[in-house]
Each structure stands twice: as structure tokens, then as C-alpha cells.
Design a protein around this ligand. Sequence first.
Ligand SMILES: [Zn+2]
Length: 350
Amino acid sequence: MTYETSEPIGVKRFERILRIPSPTSFDVGDINSYVILPEPGSDQLVLIDTGVGTEAAWQSLTSGLQEHGFAIEDITLLLLTHAHTDHFGQASRIREASGCQVWGHEQVATTVAGFLPSPERIEVEKAFLQRFGFSAEMYDKAYDYRAYIGDIFRPCELDRQFQDNDVVAIDGFDLKVIHTPGHCPEEVVFWQQESRQMFSGDHLLPNVTPVCLLDIPETVDGERTHALSQYYRSADKVIPYNVRNIYPSHGDVFHDHRELIAGYKLSTERRLLKVSKILEQHGRLTPFEVGQYLFPKVWEEQLYAVISEVMGHLDLLLDEGFVSTRELSGVIHYELLAIPDPGAVFKPVM
Ligand SMILES: [Zn+2]
């Protein structure tokens, strides 16, 4: 969880790809939408990700397209890397203006429902987080951003749900869908085989370590996905691709995803060591207490990001046998068994 606002990078054309950044009020800065420009004689105009549902983002998209002789009305297909507000927030307005098709992964609906939870769902989440040492007041604080999201999130129904390995047919520019859950369950990246180009969404970001958001199951005692472990399985899945250019949702185009992933793994290993040292020093702790020691300055302001980060690392340590858990009066505590050596968690992929 290291946020570094990307420098504004502007509209830019790379052969058939047009990058249009639009503003968000999130720490991560602008979000890049990408347009696949039509082949001569074709009217197929494909947009990847929408920006947030604000007037400012709408203006950015309008003027970016205009610079290259197009309008929002010309969009024929909208593809989603995932369903977060900055990727999906403008979808209903774009569809209304253009009549375009909207395609995304089959788990998009789960994430959309998570932004606007029912009262029953809120009770499940509260009870679930109490097991990690959260009080009900902390829950309210951790999720108070939802009211704001409600204002800038205008998603729509999908016309088609795609799955891992599906191919989106685009004239001269077919895109393969690679399901890369971890940052969120429905995240995909798009791969263009002939030109060896990848649209990496929030899965691979040049200036930021992607946050792997805590999964809360349907029921309090349901099975929880270990999001950070899942993230690295997805990263290992894209490592073998022989990529020329990578177009991320935040920040500038880059080329070496293997180096980037190796860097992510190093920083995760460093944090695993830090979490282990905290447990060594303080003994048995709840996840919430680990968060207070790990992020002494920001834990109170960023409860949701902090608990996601802590659980991701505790999951990895648990999966690899470096910690054990014990439930004490309904709250889960973690205890250190051994400090992980460098390289103990991530084995070489290729
Ligand atoms: Zn995202």
C-alpha cells in the first residue's frame, strides 16, 4: 500500500491506441481510459474503462476523443478492466449517449453490489470485521467513503460477461481476456497478441503497489479469499507473456512487467519481515493491532486499506506456515512461529 500520485501525463496516441487520462479525487491521481481507434473503413470504436462519473471526467473524455476526430457518440464497445468507480463510474452516461455494448468479467456485479450494500450485508461485514479486532464505530469510519462513491458511481448492466481466455474480436486488434483477480475479484488484463501489447488495468501499475482489497464472504463464517496470495498467482500468470508495451490505468506506458513484479515481491517480502518482527516483539496480536504497529501514522485515517494490507500479509505468512492463529473471545489472534528468510515465500516462476 504505497501511494504515489502519478504525474499528469496527458492525451497521447500510440499507433492505434489513444490514451485519455481523466481526473479522479483519489490519491492515485488520473485514470487512463484507452481507445482502440478503428481500422480504415471500420466504424468500430472501442473504449477501455470510463473514468469517474463526474462532469470533469466527461469533459476530459470528450475533448480527448475530439482531438482525434471522434465523439463519445461514436463508441461502439466499452470494455472494463474492473468495476471500481474510476473504471466503471461513467458507464451509464456513455451507453446512453452512444448505445454501445458494455462488457466485463462475470464477477463485476459482486463488486458493484459491494459499493452499495444492503442493511443485511452491512451487518455481516460488521460481524466479520469484529473478528479481526474492529469495533462497530471503526467499521462505520472505515466505510464512510461509500456515501461519496454513491455520488460519482454510475455503472450499468453488462451486455456480455466474459471469462478467462475469452477473445474480444476487434478488427485487426483482437484482445484476449486474462483474468487476474487480487486487486479485486473481477480484474482482467487485455492482451493483444500480434502487437504484443497489454492493457494492465490496476493489476500492474508503474508507480504504485496495487492494493489487494480484503474479501468479506457472504456469511460471517464463510470462506474468505486470500487476496494478496491470489494477486501473486495472477501476477505469475502474466509473467510468461512476451510484452512490448504495457498500458496501465494509472501512470505512463512501461515495458518490463517482469522487473515490476520482481520489485513488488521484494517490497512484499520486506513487509512480511516487518509484520513478523512486530509479532516477535509484541507477542500474540489481533490483525487490527498489527495494523496499528505497521502503520502508526495512517491507520486511523485509512482503516480499510490498512486492514486489507495487514490481512494480505498475515494470509501469506499463514499459508507458508510462519504464523498460527488462535481465537480468543471471538477475536482472531496471530502468533509468530518463525521469521521468513528472504526468498522463502516467492519461488522463481521462469
Ligand atoms: Zn481499482
